[in-house]
Design a protein. Sequence first.
Length: 70
Amino acid sequence: MTAGRVARLAASDMANAEIIDEAYLLMFSRRPTAEESKKAAASLPSKDRRLSVEDLFWALLNTPEFSFID
């Protein structure tokens, strides 16, 4: 994940649902479930869209699904 990608998504005219789909595809190579989409959508509305998108990516990065334990 790069700050450039997050900045481009935040600055785009994509709908929040499209940003959520893109985030899940980038992080997990899959689309979010309906429940995941609902939870993510609740976190995106903010005065600072870039900060909201950054927070979404950090939240996904810190999920057990993304973590690797050897």
